[in-house]
Design a protein around this ligand. Structure first.
Ligand code: OAD
Length: 233
């Protein structure tokens, strides 16, 4: 890997697990006792906005109680030091990558600390509880909702992500089960464009077979070791 090489890093819930944020599909996962369809679809929002808003209010408030871990910090270090192109694409809606200092970062599934106007599409930073029918300061519609990409909605920045994948020399997936598309398909897109592919995950995922190499272990140990070796080389 030359120092001018282009790197795309995909992260999922596993990168924040050691910060104390539950993953979605593991034991004790966030969705246990709460069906995904009840909180994470446009239909759920239309049917029971109070439930959906409260769910994300709790997740947003919980961000005050967690901090970035060694994996977020190592990725921020790589972002600052890597002279070539680099893009961290996170499926996570927490803000731990940016709190660790990452700059070349995209939140493809939205952000807890953001509100989206369902009427005019404006996104704005949001730190407080967000009751249903809150008015949008931009267009005045009573239509602010959590800025979360629900099942069935298009993730953010797909054109930019696909362009980065097409240019990538190395694609690294960290802490994701490979269960949710389109992110689960990135490894194949990158490999088809000639990138080397590496997976860092606690256990084998549904996508492991697609990677050139899989390293198993906690992100808090694997990611700093990988970043150190890349920067040393
Ligand atoms: P999942 O909960 O599906 O998968 C988390 C992965 O992280 C699993 O493969 C775990 O083995 C692994 N893992 C757990 N702890 C780890 C650790 N300490 N170090 C490394 N790996 C660890 O979460 P995602 O793949 O991120 O979408 O889920 C994808 C999407 O599904 C989410 O973005 C969310 C959800 O529906 C939206 O909110 C739109």
């Amino acid at each position: 890997m030359s120092a001018s090489g282009s790197i795309v890093i995909l992260t999922g819930a596993g990168v924040s697990a050691e910060s104390g944020i539950a993953t979605f599909r593991g034991p004790g996962g966030l969705w246990e006792g709460q069906r995904v369809e009840d909180v994470c679809t446009p239909e759920a929002l239309a049917r029971d906005p109070a439930l959906v808003h409260r769910f994300y209010d709790l997740r947003r408030a919980a961000l005050d109680t967690v901090a970035p871990n060694a994996a977020h910090e190592a990725l921020a270090r790589l972002d600052a030091a890597w002279p070539g192109e680099l893009l961290i694409v996170t499926q996570n809606v927490d803000d731990l990558h940016e709190r660790a200092g990452a700059r070349r970062l995209l939140h493809m599934h939205g952000e807890l600390r953001s509100a989206l106007c369902a009427a005019c599409g404006t996104r704005r930073p949001w730190r407080d509880p967000l009751p249903p029918a809150t008015r949008c300061p931009t267009c005045g519609a009573a239509a602010l909702r959590p800025d979360i990409v629900f099942f069935g909605e298009m993730p953010y920045a797909m054109e930019r992500i696909e362009a980065a994948l097409a240019r990538a020399d190395l694609f690294v997936s960290i802490g994701t089960s490979g269960a949710v598309y389109p992110a689960a398909g990135f490894v194949r897109g990158a490999a088809a464009s000639g990138a080397a592919t590496l997976e860092l995950n606690l256990e084998r995922s549904s996508g492991s077979a697609w990677f050139d190499e899989t390293r198993l272990g906690p992100a808090g140990a694997l990611v700093p070791a990988w970043v150190d070796s890349l920067l040393a080389a």
